[in-house]
Ligand binder design. Structure first.
Ligand SMILES: Cc1cc2nc3c(=O)[nH]c(=O)nc-3n(C[C@H](O)[C@H](O)[C@H](O)COP(=O)(O)OP(=O)(O)OC[C@H]3O[C@@H](n4cnc5c(N)ncnc54)[C@H](O)[C@@H]3O)c2cc1C
Ligand SMILES: NC(=O)c1ccc[n+]([C@@H]2O[C@H](COP(=O)([O-])OP(=O)(O)OC[C@H]3O[C@@H](n4cnc5c(N)ncnc54)[C@H](OP(=O)(O)O)[C@@H]3O)[C@@H](O)[C@H]2O)c1
Length: 511
């Protein structure tokens, strides 16, 4: 089924907060019972959000917002990606929580537990903190067209011997009404591994076929746990519910998990870990289900230009597999696509338009792209677009991963772009090939003079990939290059880079 709610065009003359408010208002007028954000705040005058940078740590962001009103402090607790995964922007999610329109504190997927914990702390300090009741519906923001796209496959990109498993994923969009531009992200609703669901049902001692209810929806237990609720990432409210039904000894262990104590019996437990570690703690099923958050969609930077792959969208997905609490854990969406979804089957998907991650409109402007690992994704799309539009501007790519032999993904395509002149310059950083680690920011420093020359020519600079380490270090390197090459002190270099960002010449798509 396709759901469509009208929204203001991006070019309408409103600030993001005004646009969010008006879109919510229109959706309300349309009587759209879609779970989208209700109007949450009157349009406000433009204000600055100094914490709105994903490269800051949570503590830094909260400190920068500490003297602001509650909605802004809540905003500062978000991951600052404006990725739209939660159904809001960071600002409007904060406003919705503060106003009481949004009860769930666990929707910021990139912020994870750290964010939901900070939100809880902020709400508990708020004067009229209401007990959060969780709604098991992923929000569909205004304008989000959700369609069933046909999955065409997830081809391995790494060579044999690699520690990585990165996939080139293709969906057929023909007939879906979905379209996109390079820089956008693609969202998808992946179900949880049925084996994990079955193990949870067994640990609960429940009947897998029994009908259960959540927010008026009636489904068999396995379907509820596999497609609606997030058993892979249970929020604090699950642990709190278990505490209510625990004996003193179990209560102590559960409380340590809640506090994230170093001596907690489990680290980052999923629901199965909790049920297995505390076999005597079995809250009534309806209470347990009511405490679980909604399973959120996952977002992926689009790796194709529609001009090069008409009717298709391509993604570059790192498959998440790791060990935790003596169990093999698997990322919900990445392993679903890599292992469980047969080509030809459909999946509910949507396009998440970019918030400021766009190629320059002036095709003659130079472009510098920094994207190690899966961060290459949007730059494959950018290069395809620059080639298809015959953009005369120069293009420079910084890429890297662990080993050149196995992890130089899209090598043939990148070399073809070099050969046909689309890619003017390529700098590679394979971190584990030499005696010491080499990262993209090392290559940037080595090429500092040329990078500065490109910036002086009006280059736009883009960063994609890991937010917590890479994007922060690349930002530092950029400031150092500006200081050294531009003969500026630290403050002036910082202001220069801030101005680049304000002029939309320094854009990041990090996660
Ligand atoms: C705007 C945006 C763009 C994105 N683009 C891309 C992209 O192009 N390609 C891409 O691959 N991803 C991208 N992501 C990330 C993607 O959305 C998912 O978060 C990612 O694929 C994991 O989802 P999953 O469902 O497979 O794993 P989940 O079930 O969500 O599990 C992931 C969680 O597992 C934990 N975890 C993961 N690895 C480990 C480990 N080694 N040790 C301990 N814990 C671990 C972490 O808590 C992590 O948050 C993007 C995210 C955003 C917000
Ligand atoms: N624990 C987790 O949750 C976990 C685990 C893996 C990936 N991820 C996330 O998945 C996303 C993408 O992963 P990916 O596999 O595409 O790539 P990635 O893990 O970011 O690795 C890509 C390349 O970046 C290098 N790198 C590591 N730290 C860096 C830094 N500070 N600055 C610059 N480069 C750095 C890596 O080197 P080295 O690996 O040799 O250091 C590797 O060569 C990221 O968001 C990442 O955080 C999460």
């Amino acid at each position: 089924m396709t759901v469509y709610i009208p929204k203001l065009p991006d070019e309408a003359p409103f600030s993001p907060s005004q646009r969010a408010w008006l879109n919510g208002y229109f959706a309300g007028m349309m009587g759209g019972d879609t779970g989208e954000a209700a109007p949450v705040a009157a349009p406000v005058v433009e204000e600055d959000f100094p914490w709105h940078d994903p490269a800051f740590d949570l503590d830094e962001r909260l400190a920068l917002a500490k003297d602001r009103a509650l909605p802004r402090r809540l905003m500062a607790a978000m991951a600052q990606l404006d990725c739209g995964q939660c159904g809001y922007l960071c600002q409007t999610y904060g406003e919705a929580i503060a106003s009481g329109a949004e009860k769930s504190l666990g929707k910021c997927v990139p912020g994870g537990k750290e964010t939901s914990k900070a939100l809880r702390a902020l709400m508990s300090e708020a004067p009229s903190a209401a007990a959060p009741a969780i709604k098991a519906e992923a929000a569909h923001p205004p304008g989000r067209l959700i369609a069933e796209a046909v999955f065409k496959g997830a081809t391995p990109l790494n060579g044999a011997g690699s520690a990585k498993d990165t996939r080139h994923v293709v969906f057929d969009l023909s007939g879906t009404g979905l379209d996109y531009r390079p820089g956008d992200a693609f969202g998808l609703y992946a179900p949880i591994d049925p084996e994990l669901v079955a193990s949870v049902v067994a640990a609960l001692g429940a009947d897998p076929a029994q009908a259960v209810e959540r927010d008026g929806r009636h489904l068999p237990l396995t379907e509820m746990l596999g497609t609606v609720l997030d058993i892979a990432r249970p929020g604090d409210s699950v642990v709190e519910t278990m505490i209510k039904h625990a004996t003193a000894v179990d209560r102590e262990g559960l409380a340590k998990i809640l506090d994230g104590a170093a001596d907690a019996p489990l680290a980052d437990p999923d629901l199965l870990d909790l049920l297995r570690r505390f076999p005597a703690v079995r809250p009534p099923l309806d209470e347990l289900l009511a405490s679980l958050e909604a399973l959120q969609p996952r977002l992926y930077s689009i790796a194709s230009s529609p001009r090069a792959h008409q009717g298709e969208v391509h993604l570059t997905i790192g498959v998440v597999r790791y060990k935790r609490n003596d169990r093999a854990r698997q990322g919900v969406a990445s392993t679903f696509l890599a292992e469980r979804h047969p080509p030809g089957a459909t999946l509910r998907c949507f396009v998440q338009p970019a918030h400021g991650f766009r190629l320059p409109e002036d095709l003659s402007k130079p472009v510098i792209m920094i994207g190690p690992g899966t961060g290459i994704a949007p730059f494959r799309a950018f290069l395809e677009e620059r080639c298809a539009t015959q953009a005369p501007g120069k293009n420079w790519l910084f890429f890297g991963d662990q080993h050149e032999a196995y992890d130089f993904i899209y090598r043939d395509e990148i070399e073809a772009f070099q050969a046909d002149g689309t890619l003017t310059r390529l700098d590679l950083a394979f971190s584990r090939d030499g005696a010491r680690k080499v990262y993209v920011q090392d290559r940037m420093r080595e090429a500092g003079a040329e990078l500065w020359a490109w910036l002086k020519e009006g280059a736009h600079i883009y960063v994609c990939g890991d937010a917590s380490r890479m994007a922060r270090d690349v930002d530092t390197a950029l400031r150092e290059i500006v200081a050294v090459q531009g003969g500026m002190d630290e403050a002036a270099a910082k202001a220069f880079v801030q101005k680049l960002a304000a002029d939309k010449r320094y854009q990041r798509d990090v996660y």
